[in-house]
Design a binder for this molecule. Structure first.
Ligand code: IDP
Ligand code: MG
Length: 144
């Protein structure tokens, strides 16, 4: 299935200048960029995006990390983009991620892990809507 997933290149990715590395991995895996923008995350958007971890003790630190620099939102399209994107990224904790995954190669720990990727097709749809207006997505598949 052709899918579109939402990536957020996190502040640590920009600080360490790994933006090109992350994009290259997705492009080399055959994916296409169909949306791209740089944004500062508001409290509201962050609370929505990380609602599932809002009651965890690390949330305040996560919030300040995610607001420490702008992020780059990417809409990335291709065959099984959601699951394959998660495979390219690796598990949450960079220290446990295999070499060859983005987090394994560039991430620091469980928080500073370089990139967000949608974890299901449903969440991808909601997250693409959260970060992109319809006219900012250059694909018929997402615009519908
Ligand atoms: P994911 O990004 O691998 O899908 P989630 O469980 O959805 O991981 O958590 C969202 C984000 O919250 C993570 O990417 C990471 O930045 C942060 N996070 C998750 N678990 C921890 C933790 O145990 N300590 C610190 N930060 C965490
Ligand atoms: Mg997640």
């Amino acid at each position: 299935m052709t899918e579109t997933t939402l990536l957020l290149l996190k502040p640590d990715c920009l600080a360490a200048r790994h933006v090109g590395d992350v994009i290259r991995r997705f492009e080399q895996a055959g994916f296409e960029i169909v949306g791209c923008k740089m944004i500062s995350l508001s409290e509201e958007v962050l609370a929505e995006h990380y609602a599932h971890v809002a009651d965890r003790p690390f949330y305040p630190e996560l919030r300040s990390f995610m607001q420490s620099k702008p992020v780059i939102a990417l809409a990335v399209q291709g065959e099984d983009a959601v699951a394959k994107g998660r495979d390219l990224i690796g598990p949450t904790d960079s220290r446990k991620a295999s070499k060859g995954t983005i987090r394994g190669d560039f991430g620091k720990d469980a928080m500073e892990n370089i990139v967000h990727g949608s974890d299901s097709v449903e969440n991808a749809a909601a997250e693409l809507k959260r970060f992109f207006a319809p006219h900012e997505l250059f694909t018929a598949e997402v615009r519908g």
